[in-house]
Design a protein around this ligand. Structure first.
Ligand code: APR
Ligand code: ZN
Ligand code: ZN
Length: 361
């Protein structure tokens, strides 16, 4: 039986979001209905609402979520009703060239639910990033569900579904930060702080946090930064070099998504170091670098997609590390809010004191 639940929808470009009753079909083949327990508010939700990504309004928002599987469709064997799961927005196919080459995070045939959730009048809703979890329940592909330890707090678990995974993964998967490495993280919002936490987890000896806001740098210290640099008041490239015996950092993670911070990352790395771009640039942004500098410096320039994560491998591992007290994911939850507070959470996003607002049910 199709069910009616409350959900946040973005009705049109730049219009305030609102709570509406939506209809969720029974899960079809390969699909699951998940009762949502918590869903974080991510920048990408705001970007979808503002328009320009793809403009298939009305949207369902929310993609950083954890909950309990309620029912599954035909052929679903990977999860069962009652399982506590974290949702991911890229259920990889396992068969394309990227998957077969062992790089499923580049899969170009990801699967989300085929059926559509609708408004009461039948208007189809496109779930941003294929999830739609600012809702009491949602419909996803079963491959978007990863079972984790059900003892973990849902508001903590959900964060691994997007921003925190992107940051930790940028350090441990893309940057391959190793024991004793020096790491610099430029931009210490939720993603940068997660990269700092990931670097600490990986055993980095020096973790240099760079931001233009002193409050962000204070938080970065609590996440594991050993040194901080305010790039408004000092040159970050020189500061990072000075802190690494003149060499530059082994891994520099750019978590802003701007040409000037990418350029800083490029010059702040050790000659054989790695630059990881995890901040998302806009289409108009361009970067000009002397080709001789690209040639003259070895190492590698990488971008990190969703932290190059493999949900089935990384979500349960990070939940376990949190449960063991070795990774403090709760530190990313600034506040828990209700379904009706999402619009307000968007306005608070750029307030320096909010890492994550999380909707709880
Ligand atoms: N130099 C250093 N830090 C900067 C600069 C700059 N020029 N400009 C902004 N920042 C800092 C901000 O002060 C803030 O602390 O970058 C941080 C950005 O944090 P958030 O806005 O909270 O964004 P976050 O959620 O962490 O995402 C960062 O990663 O996934 C992407 O789309 C996301 O591009 C975004 C980036
Ligand atoms: Zn694939
Ligand atoms: Zn997100």
């Amino acid at each position: 039986m199709p069910q009616q639940v409350q959900a946040v929808i973005a009705p049109g470009k730049n219009e305030p979001v609102r709570v509406e009753t939506i209809v969720i079909p029974d899960p079809g083949p390969g699909e699951a209905v998940v009762k949502i327990q918590a869903c974080g508010v991510c920048h990408t939700d705001l970007h979808y609402k503002q328009g320009g990504i793809n403009d298939e309004f009305p949207f369902l928002l929310g993609h950083e979520a954890a909950g309990v599987v309620e029912s599954v469709g035909e052929g679903v064997t990977d999860v069962a009703p009652g399982d506590f799961v974290i949702l991911n927005w890229r259920a990889v196919c396992g068969q394309c060239r990227a998957c077969l080459r062992g790089r499923p995070w580049y899969c170009f045939d990801t699967h989300n639910a085929q059926q559509k959730m609708t408004l009461l009048d039948g208007t189809e809703l496109s779930p941003a990033l294929g999830i739609g979890a600012f809702a009491e329940k949602t419909l996803v592909a079963s491959g978007q569900c990863t079972k984790v330890d059900p003892e973990v707090a849902p508001e903590v678990a959900g964060l691994l579904g997007c921003g925190v995974m992107a940051g930790i993964g940028a350090a441990i998967n893309t940057g391959q930060v190793g024991r004793g490495d020096s790491v610099a993280v430029i931009g210490c919002g939720g993603v940068g702080d997660a990269a700092i936490a990931g670097s600490r987890l990986a055993g980095a000896a020096k973790i240099i946090a760079v931001d233009i806001d002193d409050r962000k740098l204070e938080t970065a210290r609590t996440m594991g930064a050993t040194h901080t640099v305010n790039s408004r008041t000092s040159d970050p490239v020189e500061a990072i070099r000075a802190l690494t015996d003149g060499n530059g950092a082994d891994v520099v993670i750019e978590a802003v998504g701007r040409p000037e911070t990418y350029e800083q990352a490029f010059y702040a790395r050790d000659l054989a170091g790695t630059v990881v771009l995890v901040g998302v640039p806009t289409p108009d942004m361009k970067l000009e670098l002397p080709l001789l500098d690209v040639f003259g410096r070895g190492g590698s320039l990488k971008s990190s997609w969703y932290g190059d994560c493999l949900p089935s491998r990384d979500f349960p591992m990070l939940v376990d590390l949190h449960q063991q007290g070795r990774l403090d994911l709760a530190a990313f939850v600034t506040e828990t809010i209700g379904l009706g507070d999402v619009e307000q959470a968007f306005t608070k996003m750029h307030d320096g004191n909010v890492l994550r607002s999380v909707v709880v049910f």
